[in-house]
Design a protein around this ligand. Structure first.
Ligand code: PGA
Ligand code: ZN
Length: 420
């Protein structure tokens, strides 16, 4: 049973405050969980409660959320069994009472929900992925590694936020990471040779000043060739356009022009024709349901179309998307919805419609590795957790390398992850 829950303020990878929770069980053992934070957040996400006290961390402190954990949530959960995840999450949802968890804060609620999952696994003496997924957990996910950045994640003139390497042809996770890392290093050499910047963005990707999105894609294909990785065979590409950030009242601001949703769809069709692209995330903005449907109708049988800001890991929005055939995959970020139970529900719902579910980090991360276990546990076959660089990204990859090494029942998802 839960003996105590204690939250404290720690820092994320951007140096902004976030929550860590230590949960102690009756036998004296303890687990710690930490909460991530986004930058290009969707308007429909659950509320991340910040202090807005300009005297501390420019208003970004999380002392209110911490106080909610320590004085409201902790006393209510004391004595409950850590394996009662559903009941505990339900209790917190009811205590908050707001559909976007604005009262206690989704960051407060998630910090506890994550710690309860870790404690539940600990008390069952199971690895977290096995505890979450049971015998259904059979796959190591294909990593989608963000190596080139634009948009809100970089100060350059590239509009697409993320260009990702997808080492889909590897036969093990370990080989996938090596292939990706060697391509990442080849990309770095190419940028250096061209006199371009190799400083990295929030997720470890490079953010050079390039002329166009196509120039970025050409560089990635060139990097693969330089690393002796076959484009379209060993490795393919994925994009996160993060189009909500490009949306203006009368269209999308893209490569110096104002485009309609339809023009953007035409543009994607040409990119997919010319480059080995397997997946496009947030190709349209978070409320542009009509164009999402058109995009899926046009490209949905050829590539994966992932809703991030569109669905915000919210079962209600995913249900609408399934109903309207708005996409064919969902990005899964536990802090967009605020509990482990609702995160699992979102994944179940998406997969019941034959959709893929891509487990994802946030641009502001910590050393927490829960999402690595989540990706294995739900058997979705894909994880998006940044470049093979920066400690907070590497922590997730190292966790997956360790899981692969320790559990011979798991196999690398490879191409299978993109079959629907
Ligand atoms: P965020 O970016 O964590 O800043 O929202 C990641 C994404 O858009 O997928
Ligand atoms: Zn995104």
């Amino acid at each position: 049973a839960i003996r105590s829950i204690h939250a404290m303020e720690i820092l994320d990878s951007r140096g902004n405050p976030t929550l860590a929770v230590q949960l102690e069980l009756a036998d004296g053992s303890a687990v710690v969980s930490r909460v991530p934070s986004g930058a290009s957040t969707g308007a429909h996400e659950a509320v991340e409660l910040r202090d807005h006290d300009k005297a501390r961390y420019g208003g970004k402190g999380v002392l209110k959320a911490i106080d909610h954990v320590n004085t409201i949530i902790a006393p209510a959960l004391k004595g409950m069994s850590a394996t009662d995840q559903v009941a505990i999450d339900q209790r917190m949802i009811e205590m908050d009472g707001d559909p976007q968890k604005a009262r206690l804060g989704a960051n407060a609620i998630l910090s506890v929900s994550l710690a309860v999952a870790a404690a539940g696994a600990h008390s069952r003496r199971q690895p977290l992925y096995r505890y979450l997924g049971g015998l259904n957990a059979a796959l190591l996910p294909v990593p989608l590694l963000n190596v080139l950045n634009g948009g809100a994640h970089a100060d350059n003139n590239v509009d697409i936020q993320e260009f990702m390497l997808v080492p889909v042809g590897a036969s093990t996770f370990r080989e996938a990471m090596q292939m990706a890392q060697e391509t990442y290093q080849a990309l770095k050499s190419l940028l250096q040779a061209k006199g371009l910047r190799t400083a990295v963005g929030d997720e470890g990707g490079f953010a050079p000043d390039l002329e166009s999105n196509r120039e970025a894609l050409d560089l990635l294909v060139e990097a693969m060739e330089k690393a002796h990785v076959k484009p379209g065979e060993d490795m393919v590409l994925a994009l996160d356009v993060a189009a909500t950030e490009l949306k203006k009242d009368d269209g999308y601001q893209f490569e110096g022009q104002l485009l309609t949703g339809m023009q953007l769809i035409d543009y994607y069709q040409l990119l997919v024709r010319d480059y080995p692209i397997i997946s496009i995330e947030d190709g349209l903005s978070e409320d542009d349901w009509d164009h999402w449907q058109l995009l899926t109708d046009r490209l949905g049988d050829r590539i994966q179309l992932v809703g991030d800001d569109l669905f915000v890991t919210n079962p209600e929005r995913i249900a609408r998307g399934i109903d309207e055939a708005s996409a064919n995959a969902v990005l899964i970020k536990p802090n967009q919805i605020g509990t482990v139970t609702e995160t699992l529900e979102a994944i179940r719902l998406a997969r019941s419609a034959g959709w893929n579910a891509v487990v994802s980090h946030r641009s502001g991360e910590t050393e927490d590795t829960m999402i690595a276990d989540l990706a294995v546990g739900v058997n979705g076959g894909q994880i998006k957790t940044g470049a093979p660089a920066r400690g907070e990204r590497i922590a997730k990859y190292n966790r997956l390398l360790t899981i692969e090494q320790s559990d011979s029942a798991l196999t690398y998802a490879g191409w299978e992850a993109f079959r629907r």
